[in-house]
Write a protein that binds this ligand. Structure first.
Ligand SMILES: [Zn+2]
Length: 261
C-alpha cells in the first residue's frame, strides 16, 4: 500500500476588518481564501479531517485548520466551506468564547453540527512553554472537558497557542484524552498510519500567501520549504537567545512598524 501523506494548512483570520495591526500578518482576505479553495479543489486533493487519514482515498490530502476561534471564521469562512461541502477544524480558546471578536457557543454548536471539527486551543491562550505541569494539565483537561460538555462532541485535537511546546506536553495531552497535537512547525505530514499523532506540523497561511505560492506548496515543489524552515530556525534561535517574552514584544513592535510603512 502507498504511504499516505497530507498537507495541513493553518489559517487565522479571514477578512481584514477591525483587526489590530499585529494580527494582520495572519489575516487572509475573503477573495484570496476563495481562490485558495478553488486551487485545492482544482488540484483534486482530498479535503479531510484528521480522523479520516487512515481511510484517505488519494495519496495526498489537505486538512484546513483555523486557530484562535475568531468571529470571522464563522461569518466569512464557515458559509463558504459549507457551500462547497468542505470540512475544516476550528481550534478555539475556551475563555475567549462569547467574547467580542470571537465565536460564540451558539456559533460553535452550529458549525460542529454541520460536521466541522472542533479542537482545543487551550483555556486561556497562555503559551504552554511558560506553564508549570499542573497549569498545563488544567489548560488541557479543562478546555477539553468544557468543549465536550457544552457542544456534546468528542474533542481529541489540540493546537498550541503561539506554537509553543512544553517538555511534558505529549504525556499530559495523552493523559488528558487528546490524540492529535497540531504544532506550527512548517512541514508536510508524511507516512500517515495509525495514531496517536502527537506532532503534526502545519503550513502557516499568511496575508501574502498567494495562489502560486500555495500551488507550489500543495504540489510540493522542490525547494519550497527551505526559506520557511530557515525562518523557523532563525525564530527559534532568537527566541532562545532573548527569551520568549522579549521576542513577542519585539515581534509586535516590528508588525506595527511594517503596518505603518
Ligand atoms: Zn493562537
Amino acid at each position: 500500500m502507498n504511504k499516505l501523506s497530507s498537507t495541513v494548512l493553518m489559517y487565522h483570520h479571514i477578512g481584514m476588518n477591525d483587526l489590530l495591526l499585529y494580527d494582520r500578518e495572519y489575516a487572509v482576505e475573503r477573495g484570496m481564501f476563495l481562490r485558495h479553495l478553488d486551487l485545492i479543489q482544482r488540484e483534486s486533493l482530498d479535503v479531510v479531517l484528521p480522523d479520516e487519514w487512515p481511510k484517505q482515498v488519494k495519496a495526498r490530502s489537505v486538512v484546513i485548520t483555523f486557530d484562535d476561534g475568531y468571529k470571522d471564521n464563522y461569518v466569512q469562512a464557515y458559509p463558504i466551506l459549507k457551500e462547497r461541502g468542505l470540512r475544516a477544524v476550528f481550534f478555539v480558546t475556551v475563555e475567549h468564547i462569547d467574547c467580542a471578536g470571537y465565536m460564540s457557543w451558539q456559533d460553535l454548536a452550529e458549525i460542529s453540527a454541520a460536521g466541522m471539527g472542533i479542537g482545543s486551543h487551550g483555556l486561556t491562550h497562555r503559551f504552554f512553554s511558560m506553564l508549570s505541569t499542573s497549569e498545563l494539565t488544567e489548560e488541557l483537561k479543562e478546555s477539553r472537558r468544557t468543549l465536550e460538555e457544552r457542544l456534546a462532541v468528542s474533542v481529541k485535537m489540540l493546537s498550541l497557542p503561539g506554537g509553543r511546546k512544553h517538555p511534558e506536553l505529549q504525556t499530559i495531552a495523552l493523559e488528558s484524552g487528546y490524540e492529535y497535537i497540531f504544532t506550527s512547525q512548517y512541514q508536510f505530514v508524511d507516512n500517515i498510519s495509525r495514531g496517536p499523532f502527537l506532532n503534526i506540523p502545519r503550513i502557516a497561511i499568511r496575508k501574502n500567501t498567494g495562489v502560486t505560492c500555495l500551488e507550489n506548496i500543495l504540489r510540493r515543489k522542490p525547494g519550497i520549504m527551505w526559506r520557511n524552515r530557515l525562518k523557523d530556525q532563525f525564530k527559534k534561535v532568537i527566541q532562545n537567545l532573548i527569551g520568549h517574552k522579549r521576542y513577542d514584544k519585539l515581534y509586535r513592535r516590528f508588525q506595527h512598524m511594517r503596518s505603518d510603512s
